[in-house]
Design a protein around this ligand. Structure first.
Ligand code: HEC
Ligand code: HEC
Length: 301
């Protein structure tokens, strides 16, 4: 009898310790002080309610380019413009917000590309309140803008509070759960792992996809997706539907800010490489994804 009680006590103790350990580790690195446990004020709530998550999505893609698109008086130091990937949220956190465990699993860091973060930002943002997410994004005291390493930048001199609230809105309410758009299987570990997509578009309706495409996209990208040679790098929309569903789920609806890097590199992109926000639904994206798997209708480059 006594032995049994000891046994149960031991099981309980081990269970308790592992739950505590799990709830600590799943948060990822603690990060800058003050990020966790902050309370939401009425002002925070009002700022969040008034924020635009679609703009937040564009800032997540490229904070520097989107900030310059929004205000012609804004400019950034050439040293930052020359290293955009050290400022783009997606470079460290991924189009899928899954960091090292998502599509970035095979993207090794280099002199022009930072290390991916070992944090599931999609889950993290859901677990934290809007003030905590705001402080984490603003990250006062983070990496100085003039240094290029994989620490998170201090965005307080780069973005306005209103822009940071747009990003908070994106992370909390607007960002897609990418698993609603495709299945993904990863093999190995960061930064040498691989990723394979399957069930792209999750059984969407190709005929509806084509109708959505013809109404919203064909005018710029062409009837078969070949009017824009993306980044002048030998890529058509068809290639992206098949190879980059993680990026399509984002850009098909939120578009992208002015493509300053490729213009500076001599690429004559139409519309300055800027794509406006699209008035379509998540289901429209899935339908277009299925449509775009047909290589005879949407050829590769
Ligand atoms: C150069 C790489 C890099 C860039 C660019 C970057 N981050 Fe991070 N981010 C990190 C790292 C590393 C951490 C984890 C440690 C920390 O808090 O500094 C992190 C943590 C976070 C966290 C808190 C998650 C946690 O577990 O503490 C949020 C929220 C976040 N980033 C959002 C963003 C947003 C939004 C942007 C763009 C405006 C961005 N990050 C740009 C590297 C980056
Ligand atoms: C007003 C013109 C316009 C419309 C409408 C438009 N796009 Fe774009 N799209 C662009 C431009 C310009 C680019 C950037 C090309 C570049 O920089 O090389 C782009 C880029 C993209 C990219 C990203 C390519 C990449 O690798 O970064 C995707 C995906 C995309 N468009 C999908 C769509 C879809 C889907 C629709 C319809 C729902 C659509 N676009 C509507 C002009 C447009």
């Amino acid at each position: 009898m006594k032995k049994k009680i000891y046994f149960f006590a031991a099981v309980l103790f081990v269970g308790l310790i592992s739950t505590m350990f799990y709830s600590c580790t799943k948060e990822g690195p603690a990060g800058p002080a003050g990020k966790n446990g902050a309370a939401v004020s009425a002002e925070d709530q009002a700022a969040f309610d008034g924020a635009d998550g679609s703009i937040g999505a564009r800032l997540y893609d490229h904070p520097l380019n989107e900030a310059m698109d929004q205000d012609a008086n804004v400019s950034f130091d050439a040293s930052m413009i020359d290293y955009p990937n050290f400022f783009r949220c997606k470079s460290c956190h991924g189009w899928d917000l899954r960091g090292q465990k998502g599509v970035l699993i095979g993207k090794a860091p280099s002199a022009t590309y930072p290390t991916a973060v070992d944090v599931d930002l999609y889950a993290w943002a859901k677990r934290h309140n809007i003030r905590e997410v705001f402080e984490a994004v603003k990250n006062i005291g983070g990496r100085n803008s003039k240094s290029y390493n994989s620490l998170m930048p201090d965005y307080s001199p780069i973005l306005t509070d209103a822009q940071i609230w747009d990003i908070v809105k994106f992370l909390k309410n607007v960002a897609h759960n990418v698993m609603d758009f495709y299945d993904m299987k990863t093999t190995g570990v960061y930064p040498t792992g691989t990723v394979a997509f399957s069930d792209i578009g999750k059984g969407g309706n190709a005929a509806n996809g084509l109708a959505v495409y013809n109404t919203n996209c064909a005018g710029c990208h062409g009837a078969d997706g070949t009017s824009i040679n993306i980044y002048c790098q030998g890529e058509y929309l068809g290639d992206m539907f098949r190879d980059d569903p993680h990026e399509i789920q984002h850009k098909a609806i939120w578009g992208m800010p002015t493509d300053r890097e490729h213009i500076a590199g001599g690429c004559n992109v139409p519309f300055s490489g800027e794509m406006p926000v699209q008035n379509i639904t998540s289901q429209d994206i899935r339908d277009m994804m299925v449509m775009g798997q047909d290589e005879s209708k949407f050829p590769g480059f």
